[in-house]
Design a protein around this ligand. Structure first.
Ligand code: ALG
Ligand code: ZN
Ligand code: ZN
Length: 320
């Protein structure tokens, strides 16, 4: 029933042909791509991680993967902004979801790391759809196992380098502190982009600096523009293996209302997409897009933004 186009080895490749099967028909994989079990192996596997037991405020990001897949039906094969066919240039397949224990965060984190490591045997790189930001820790553990310390380029309103919440060390506000403590990240090449809003204390910034992050604030982007922000990012990251973690709340709530801890004064979708396009020649080894919570979304705004963010990431990761 699925009229995929076939590649040279007769495998399905790229989205189902929208001129044969309307976009709104069929079960939603990301961008209507083949499933990982339909292909020999993938250059990139998209994987959902429906876990949100690490949230500090509004719950619901566990429903993010299904919501983003649903909104990704409208993506098309050619990306003129990067002059690339992201699904022709590489085999991209949807691996489904990693099942994670919703009642035991430590168990879930172990399951996510194990799931990511297992997937890495079938795909060169992973792009994960969250889920809350807790999932970045096990994903970084898996990336570190393959590449050693990675540069983390973290788009977010929040630092996510806090220590604990109610005594809990693994939450959506703490993944990058744990990752830094565990030696998973390159302390000379990591950076947050889009930071804004109230903190708990001035020490939060000093701690963050000590943990190895430079910062481009949302205000910096407004004052100096995307090109200046990109220049800072590129100077910081250099040619280190790069893991990109995108919390959708980096966008202004006007652009992405469907998220758990929204903060006023964020980036526009246009600004974020432009920044991602400017990273195409960097050594991207993996990525996640997290914190999409459909219960607070309207008209799929947040999920459409997330699906386009993933599309730009896939385009930036395409060879050539
Ligand atoms: N959305 C993420 N990742 N973090 C939210 C910040 C945690 C808090 O201060 O409540
Ligand atoms: Zn955030
Ligand atoms: Zn976050």
């Amino acid at each position: 029933m699925q009229p995929f186009s076939k590649d040279a080895t007769d495998e399905p490749r790229g989205p189902v042909d929208a001129s044969v099967v309307p976009r709104f028909a069929g079960i939603a994989t990301f961008a209507r791509l083949p499933r990982l079990d339909e292909v020999e192996r993938a250059d990139i596997a998209i994987v959902g991680i429906p876990f949100d037991s690490g949230v500090s405020y509004r719950p619901g990001a566990r429903f993010g993967p299904a919501h983003v897949r649903e909104a990704s039906r409208l993506l098309r094969p050619y990306n003129p902004a990067q002059d690339v066919f992201p699904f022709d240039a590489q085999q991209v397949a949807d691996a489904g979801d990693i099942a994670a224990n919703p009642f035991d965060i430590a168990a879930a984190v172990g399951e996510i790391e194990a799931g990511a490591r297992q997937l890495s045997e079938h795909a060169d790189r992973l792009v994960a759809i969250g889920g809350d930001h807790t999932i970045a820790l096990p994903l970084l553990r898996a990336a570190h196992a393959q590449h050693g310390p990675v540069a983390v380029l973290h788009f977010d309103a929040h630092l996510d380098t806090w220590d604990t919440y109610f005594g809990a060390p693994m939450t959506h506000g703490t993944p990058f502190r744990r990752a830094s403590e565990e030696g998973l990240i390159d302390l000379t090449a990591s950076m947050h982009v889009g930071i804004r809003g109230p903190l708990y204390s001035k020490d939060d910034l000093a701690d963050d600096d000590r943990l190895g992050f430079a910062i481009v604030t949302s205000e910096f982007v407004e004052e100096h523009g995307v090109a200046a922000a990109v220049e800072r990012i590129r100077a910081r990251v250099g040619d280190a293996p790069l893991y990109i973690s995108i919390d959708i709340d980096v966008l202004d709530p006007a652009h992405a209302p469907g998220t758990g801890t929204p903060e006023a004064g964020g980036l526009t979708t246009r600004e974020l997409l432009r920044m991602l396009r400017a990273l195409a020649d960097l050594r991207i080894v993996g990525a996640d897009v997290v914190e999409v919570a459909p219960a607070y979304d309207h008209a799929q705004l947040t999920a459409i933004a997330a699906s386009h963010v993933i599309y730009e990431l896939l385009s930036a990761m395409a060879p050539g």
